[in-house]
Design a binder for this molecule. Structure first.
Ligand code: GLY
Ligand code: MN
Length: 459
């Protein structure tokens, strides 16, 4: 946890921006896997963590802006709980760690709320993403679970996005720790991958590095010889000579700030010529995107530069033809790169995605509906303090290739016969994490090998 002043300051700023009413920030509870006492790994809600810092289930943060009052609701342990889980700090001890003076048991919250409702006061809450939170709000506020999102507070969402999007020094420090562990996860995979291993053996070794750092994963591991599937969580394939291995994995620190890196490497000692050619196109796009990072540039332009670099690289290799500016504006390159160049990162690996991509990554501007561009999570003007990933890639997705070819789509830009020969290639991407500075951008964490020579040196 940071010093309590950090949380006090964050809440003060939030209250000032929201202006009036009550802010209700429920933390997460334990989530049963198959029965109550057998639970999924607990993950605190990131907004609760940001303002109240406490990494424990069943706590509710309550801020009465007009009466300048902050309350933490939660139950102290019963003797049965202590027998089961051991002694833990009391709610009031926990509250004082984050500068909150008033605490009550959970069953007192309803009377606070009904009092506020009687007076017609505004109660601000965030769009809930867990069923349990929707039911909690239903019982407390009388809002139907299906309407919980539409009745949530846009004012609160905007205030939080405007605060959490700008990372402070202490947050950057945490993120950098997470990225450094993440680099070690990738080096572990790069050094151990070889034909005959199962993908899950690599996934297990990678997960171990995250756990051994005292934290955990920041999102489920993608460890695959089928890198063309963007979020491939299947780990049951046996690695064969000639495969490329794509790892997209990250650690989060015990304070839950995350890292998110991707690497692609041959499972043999060296890249084949075919692998080198495609890998270098993806790497050129990655470097071109990084070179553009600075305040004032839109991340949409960073993305379009990555798209153009991929299109030009694929044209040089004979996969595309014609005018590549035109191909990108029409979306033809999305055959090879159907997703976005990156996203915000922080306490969530897609930071605040639960609050709405258009507010976090688009500053309220509408998103494109074009295939490829519609998957870009971050398009707004970059500003100092933003933390983001850069992760363009080149993918050969057999179903997409078959579908577009059958439709004779983009035949002015795509050499379908050449593409057909690479349908079994898979996919590759590199991913790194950056903070936007006053004058440019800074790589977070130690560098991960990414040139052909540097990757081969790890094999
Ligand atoms: N690296 C996981 C993601 O960006 O979705
Ligand atoms: Mn990512």
């Amino acid at each position: 946890m940071f010093a309590k002043e950090t949380y006090i300051e964050r809440r003060k700023k939030l209250s000032k921006t929201v202006g009036s009413g009550i802010i209700l920030l429920p933390g997460n509870g334990e989530s049963p896997m198959n029965y109550t006492d057998n639970q999924y790994h607990f993950r605190q809600d990131s907004c609760f963590l940001y303002y109240f810092g406490l990494d424990h289930p069943d706590l509710i943060g309550y801020i009465d802006i007009d009466n300048d009052k902050e309350v933490l609701f939660g139950n102290d342990l019963t003797v049965d709980d202590i027998v089961w889980m051991g002694v833990k700090p009391t709610i009031s001890e926990r509250a004082s760690q984050v500068g909150v003076a008033e605490t009550y048991p959970l069953n007192k919250l309803a009377s606070f709320i009904s009092e506020a409702q009687k007076k017609g006061r505004e109660i601000h809450y965030l769009p809930p993403y867990r069923a349990e939170t929707k039911v909690f709000l239903f019982e407390l506020l009388g809002i139907k679970p299906s309407q919980a999102k539409e009745q949530s507070s846009l004012k609160l969402v905007k205030a939080i996005v405007n605060q959490r999007n700008y990372k402070t020094k202490e947050e950057l420090n945490e993120i950098e720790k997470a990225v450094n562990v993440t680099v070690d996860m990738h080096l572990t995979a790069m050094r151990m991958a070889r034909p005959g291993l199962k993908e899950w053996e690599i996934a297990a070794a990678v997960h171990k590095v995250a756990l051994a750092s005292g934290g955990n994963l920041s999102f489920p591991i993608i460890a695959t010889i089928h890198g063309e599937t963007l979020h491939n969580h299947y780990h049951g394939n046996t690695i064969q000579s000639g495969d490329m291995f794509l790892l997209d994995a990250g650690a989060e620190t015990p304070m839950h700030y995350g890292g998110d890196l991707s690497s692609t490497f041959p499972v043999d000692k060296t890249f084949s010529n075919r692998q080198k050619e495609i890998y270098n196109v993806a790497l050129a796009a990655h470097e071109a995107a990084i070179a553009m990072l600075k305040p004032g540039v839109t991340n949409k332009d960073v993305h379009l530069k990555a798209c153009l670099t991929i299109a030009e690289g694929m044209k040089e290799l004979g996969f595309m033809k014609g005018n590549m500016q035109e191909a990108v504006s029409k979306g033809a390159h999305a055959l090879f790169f159907p997703c976005g160049t990156g996203h915000m990162m922080g306490l969530d690996i897609h930071d605040m995605e639960n609050l709405g991509e258009e507010l976090v990554g688009y500053d309220g501007e509408p998103k494109s509906t074009q295939f490829g561009l519609k998957s870009l999570r971050l398009a707004r003007k970059l500003e100092p303090g933003f933390v983001l990933t850069i992760e363009p890639g080149v993918y050969f997705i057999p179903d997409l290739i078959d579908m577009w070819r059958a439709e004779n789509k983009f035949s002015d830009f795509i050499n379908w016969d050449k593409v057909e020969q690479y349908k079994d290639f898979g996919g590759c991407r590199n991913e790194e994490d950056f903070v936007i500075t006053e004058t440019g951008a800074r790589l977070l964490g130690k560098p991960l090998p990414k040139t052909i020579e540097d990757v081969e040196a790890e094999r």
